[in-house]
Write a protein that binds this ligand. Structure first.
Ligand code: NAP
Length: 254
């Protein structure tokens, strides 16, 4: 984390997908700025570890176990945050995944529906859970998560690409609808990010090959994504909404 944003101190931030990878890193980055952070995921143990790490570093965090495809569970998250920290200033809807390659002829209907649920419908449900509070206060910053696969055809499966392209339009639609209410909505579209999971699954020689496809000649890091998230949530981005930021080392194709 490189930037310092004094105004984020004391703000309340919810990060879905906060139990690991990009979301956990982003949660730690907001906490390091003095924000109070709620991390959301399904893995209670992993969430507890993130909270313990933030707390040990002097930050404020709470865990909320929820499946983001379940609107009732998301209502529970909102109640937890309300009780512990108060109204939400920044909502980072980052939970998702499931981009692994599958030829379309072999992509089952069930898998298609699951990916659309976990990567697109979940974002709609997450936003809906926190939107009434933001509308009431006339302020808020929403960050959504797409990917390079949502920006152009890729090796990821079709459902993932379509879901992530949907997140880009969801972001633009919401930015137009919610701007007059003081709410900004921006999207992050990372290319290959070296999370723990990617590190485990992608052999070193493949990492090097993928890195070389990026003009900046390296893979992204969770910190690269967290830095972009901090900026977009900061007051310095107060005139920015509806953007999709390609956190992609220069691999920009549109
Ligand atoms: N890594 C990359 O190269 C890359 C590139 C572009 C976009 N992205 C996007 O960035 C986001 C985070 O990716 P990552 O690489 O950090 O993935 P990761 O390490 O696999 O972490 C995924 C996170 O999403 C949560 N999650 C997934 N489905 C969920 C559900 N139904 N309910 C609640 N939580 C759920 C997981 O929580 P639990 O495990 O606790 O359930 C976990 O915290 C994803 O949306 C992914 O598509 C990643």
């Amino acid at each position: 984390m490189t930037g310092t944003y004094a105004e984020l101190k004391g703000r309340t931030v919810v990060v879905t997908g906060g139990s690991r990878g990009i979301g956990a890193h982003t949660a730690r980055a907001f906490a390091a700025q003095g924000a109070s952070v709620c991390v959301v995921g399904r893995d209670e143990t992993a969430l507890a570890a993130v909270v313990a790490e933030i707390t040990a570093a002097g930050g404020e965090a709470v865990a909320a176990v929820a499946d983001v495809t379940d609107s009732a569970a998301l209502d529970g998250v909102r109640r937890t945050v309300d009780e512990r920290f108060g109204p939400v200033d920044v909502l980072a809807a980052f939970a998702g995944g499931q981009g692994f390659p599958v030829p379309t002829a072999e992509l089952s209907e069930q898998r298609w529906r699951e990916v659309l649920e976990s990567d697109l419908t979940s974002v709609f449900l997450t936003v809906q859970a926190f939107l009434p509070g933001m509308l009431e206060r006339g302020t808020g910053s929403i960050l959504t998560m797409s990917s390079a696969a949502g920006r152009q055809p890729s090796g990821a499966n079709l459902a993932y690409g379509v879901a992530d392209a949907g997140v880009v339009m969801l972001t633009r639609h919401l930015s137009a609808e919610l701007g007059p209410h003081g709410i900004r909505v921006n999207c992050l579209a990372p290319s290959a990010i070296l999370t723990e999971r990617v590190q485990q699954r992608m052999p070193a020689e493949v990492q090097a090959r993928v890195a070389a496809t990026h003009p900046l000649n390296r893979l992204g890091t969770p910190a690269d994504v967290a830095d972009a998230a901090l900026f977009l949530a900061s007051d310095g981005a107060g005139w920015l909404t509806g953007l999709t930021v390609d956190v992609a080392g220069g691999r920009i194709t549109n």
